[in-house]
Design a protein around this ligand. Structure first.
Ligand SMILES: Cc1cc2nc3c(=O)[nH]c(=O)nc-3n(C[C@H](O)[C@H](O)[C@H](O)COP(=O)(O)OP(=O)(O)OC[C@H]3O[C@@H](n4cnc5c(N)ncnc54)[C@H](O)[C@@H]3O)c2cc1C
Length: 430
């Protein structure tokens, strides 16, 4: 069985950052990913843009996330905080290759062997064959806490999970006309929508509330849809739509996910038809593509040494063993029978993510990063965004590599040596 220092499961933004950081620290690192490319929600889910990670012009997340941004911008695949999935896929390949990560792609993890609180090995299936690998340390950045689940470790999963969304991309939008509509009828749009449109900058709109209600009344639109929301993409007249709303299904169940795909596709085609037929500015618009998979916001969350709460987020709590910072509030896309939440944290402040939220309870050599971080539903509603996921991944990669090099257990590595590796994502000492 081939042995690694660090094995990362899941090549989303968290796993990408984890694997690149680990390999850059000179240890033998593998990244197992079921798709043929990295990015997870950012590519397979076509999620864009990066949510808020700056306060008063100060970036809270730098490091590998900043490199990703700079490289996507350099190839014309990113403007402001909006990016194309294609740019992400390409830059991810560059970062992985240059760091000499061993990519084990098109490979789905199917089991994990656990002995005396240690993950011994993981087994994945590739081309109809199964293969096992062992490692000193493992990182679960699968979004769904798949490795924890397969190892039989405890996890959290609420009875209610956030709604799912199938992203899609349209071209041929007449943005000037759309902006004029927003100016004329602001009450038909969400309160944060403004008409400050500038050519060459990313612009977001959410609303058409009256048209949605009328279309639902006429039986032309799925009941769960609340508003139509798009953000423009690099390149003119193209936008990415975060509009479908798929309720009461669990993104970690293949049966539910299959059903969600079908509902999502029906909703997208209804929305496109409504836009093209009835909404000014969309007369010449066309559907370019739907995402390869439905976007999944929330499934299993790890049970860690610490569980980040909504209160920690809203009170902008700081921790002695901080590994990342964020300023995005609690954002929960509710089910049909619950209200959605978007609670902002105090202006110009930030919270920290403690290392203990990445260390998995009852496991000696396993960390989590990204969407499956140890948090309550509310805590998770803030931490799940892409910039914070990248910062968590980088920290998990750093600690796993340091532990492997120093021949220590994860929890025995000196925090200062970890901090030194990720200081760009932490508050500078005064
Ligand atoms: C609809 C929607 C809208 C969002 N909007 C925004 C937004 O505007 N801005 C923002 O910053 N964030 C947004 N988010 C949140 C953000 O996109 C995700 O939380 C974040 O990308 C999660 O990254 P991750 O690396 O933790 O997990 P993921 O991106 O989910 O990556 C997990 C990876 O693990 C792989 N994997 C899983 N199981 C296995 C297995 N058994 N074997 C092999 N591989 C496996 C998957 O294929 C995937 O590549 C949104 C999310 C959704 C769903």
């Amino acid at each position: 069985m081939e042995h690694y220092d660090v094995i990362v499961l899941g090549g989303g933004i968290a796993g990408l950052a984890a694997a690149v950081k680990s390999a850059r620290l000179g240890v033998k690192t593998a990244l197992i990913e079921q798709y043929a490319f990295a990015g997870g929600m950012a590519t397979a889910g076509m999620v864009s843009p990066f949510m808020k990670f700056e306060i008063a012009g100060d970036r809270l997340v730098k490091g590998i996330f900043l490199e990703l941004e700079q490289r996507m911008t350099a190839i014309g695949g990113m403007v402001n905080n909006g990016f194309s999935g294609d740019a992400f896929r390409n830059v991810a390949w560059q970062l992985l290759t240059e760091a000499e990560v061993h990519p084990i792609f098109n490979a789905a993890l199917i089991s994990a062997e656990m002995r005396e609180s240690h993950i011994q090995s993981v087994t994945f299936q590739k081309n109809g064959h199964s293969q096992s690998l062992s490692a000193k340390n493992f990182i679960d950045s699968s979004g769904d806490a798949q490795l924890l689940f397969l190892a039989g470790l405890p996890f959290q999963k609420g009875e209610k999970l956030q709604a799912l969304t199938l992203f899609f991309r349209m071209g041929g939008l007449d943005l000037q006309t759309i902006v004029e509509t927003v100016k004329r009828e602001p009450q038909n749009f969400l309160p944060w929508v403004d008409s400050d449109f500038q050519e060459g900058r990313i612009y977001s709109v959410a609303g058409w509330l009256r048209e949605i209600k009328a279309a639902q009344k006429a039986g032309k639109l799925h009941e769960a849809l609340q508003y139509i929301f798009f953000t423009t993409l690099p390149g003119s007249g193209e936008a990415s739509f975060n509009s479908s709303n798929i309720c009461a299904l669990d993104g970690s169940s293949s049966q539910d996910l299959t059903r969600a795909e079908w509902i999502g596709r029906q909703q997208v085609h209804q929305i496109v038809r409504l836009l093209q037929d009835e909404i000014p500015g969309f007369e010449k618009s066309y559907l370019i593509e739907t995402a390869p998979q439905v976007g999944v916001r929330e499934t299993r969350r790890a049970l860690g040494d610490y569980i980040v709460t909504g209160k920690d987020i809203m009170q902008a709590r700081k921790f002695p063993h901080a590994i990342a910072r964020g300023c995005y509030g609690v954002d929960i896309h509710g089910q049909a029978d619950e209200s959605s939440v978007m609670d902002e944290i105090p202006e110009n402040d930030f919270y920290e993510v403690p290392l203990e939220a990445l260390l998995v309870k009852d496991a000696v050599n396993l960390m989590v990063a990204g969407r499956c971080v140890s948090a309550t539903r509310k805590g998770h509603g803030a931490l799940r965004i892409m910039p914070t996921s990248a910062a968590m991944g980088e920290a998990a990669g750093a600690l796993s590599a340091l532990a492997a090099t120093q021949g220590k257990a994860l929890r025995s590595v000196d925090y200062l040596s970890l901090k030194n590796e990720i200081k760009h994502n932490l508050k500078e000492e005064q």
